[in-house]
Design a protein around this ligand. Sequence first.
Ligand code: GCO
Ligand code: MG
Length: 402
Amino acid sequence: MKIESAKLIVCSPDRNFVTLKIVTDEGIYGLGDATLNGRELAVASYLTEHVLPCLIGRDPFQIEDIWQYLYRGAYWRRGPVTMSAIAAVDMALWDIKGKALNTPVYNLLGGKSREGVLVYTHANGADIAEAVDSVQRHAAEGYLAVRAQSGVPGVASSYGVPKSGKPYEPAERGLPSESLWSTEKYLNFVPKLFDAVRKACGEDLHLLHDVHHRLTPIEAARLGKALEPYHLYWMEDPTPAENQDAFRLIREHTVTPIATGEVFNSFWDAHDLIRNQWIDYLRMTIVHGGGITALKKAADFAAVYQVRTGFHGATDLSPVTMAAALHFGLAIHNFGIQEHMPHTKLTDEVFPHAYTFNAGYMYPGDAPGLGVEIDEALAAKYPYQRAYLPIARKLDGTLTDW
Ligand code: GCO
Ligand code: MG
C-alpha cells in the first residue's frame, strides 16, 4: 500500500477545525486533526507547503519511520505548529492501519486495559450558586468527575465562564477579546467556591479546577493548601510551566494533586516534571504533542514514575483527536482521566463518530481505525473564520497570562 494523495479540509462548524485526509492507492483513507486554536492556518500551510509533498508514495504502515522523517528530517525541532502538523499525519496513519487490518486503533496500542474511559466535563457559573447548580446538573447527567469554575466577584469576565447563557467556548471570532484578572480576589474566592460545591455534592464526586497558568508558584502553593479539605482530583496549570522547576515549590507545600501540560508540544516540556514527580497528571494532547506515536512514549515514561494521563479535551480539539484520545486511554496502563467538553451538534454532524458517552465513561467504539468520518460536503458549507483566544490584563492594565 502507498500514500497516493493527501489534502486538508479547513472548516468552521461553530468553530474552526483543520483536518488532514490521507488517501492510499488501495482506496483506504485516514483522518488526522491539525487544529491549533487561533493559529489554524499556520499549521495548514506547514502541512500543504512542506509536509504533504514528502508523503506521496510512502508506505503508510511505516508510522514510526514517517514520524522520525518529519521530526528529525525538518532539522528545526518542536514548536506547536510543527508538532500539530506531525500529529495530524501520525493520527491519519494509525487510522489507515486500523482500517487496513480491520481493527480499532486501541488494539494496535496493546489492546483494552479497561472497559471505559473515565471523563470529566466542565461546570461553570457567574457566581457560586450558579456554579453549584451547574456541577449538580452535570452529575445528574451521569458524569463522575466535574471541573468547577465560577465568576470571581469584582473581576469581570473570569476564565472559564461564558458571557451569555451559551456553553463556554475558549475562542471567539474577530480579533482577541480582553478579560480581566486579579490574583488577590481569586485566591480569596476559590476555597469558598469549593466549600459550597463539596457541601452540595457530597464526598464521592471527583472535583477538578483549572487555574489556567495564572499564579506564581508560592500563590499556587497557597491555593493548593487551602483546597486540601475539599480533596480535589486535581488543580490544573497552577503556574506557567516553561520553568519546570517552579512546580517543585508547589509540591513541597501541598498534597493537592497537580495536572499540567495542555500547552506542551514535546515530551521534553514534561521531562523534569515527570522524573521529579512534581506532577500527578500529564495533560498533553495527541494533536499538539506530536501524535499517538509521541504520546505513547511520553505516557510510558510517565508510567515509571506513577504519573498518569489526563489529556486535554476542550472543544478546540476536533472529534478526530477525541477519538484518538479515547483509543489511547482505553489501551495504556497509566490512564487517569480524559477531559470531555462536548462539541456542538453541528460539529458532530460534520464529524460523525463511533465514540459514545454513558454513565461517566466514554467508549471509542469498535469501528476499524479511529472510528471518525468527515462529511466533506457539509464541512464545505462552513468556511474558516478568523478567531482568537482572549488575552488577559490585571486590574491596572498589565498584560498577564490568560
Ligand atoms: C481546558 C483548557 C481550555 C483551553 C483551550 C485553549 O482545560 O479545557 O484550559 O479550555 O483554554 O483549549 O484553546
Ligand atoms: Mg486547562
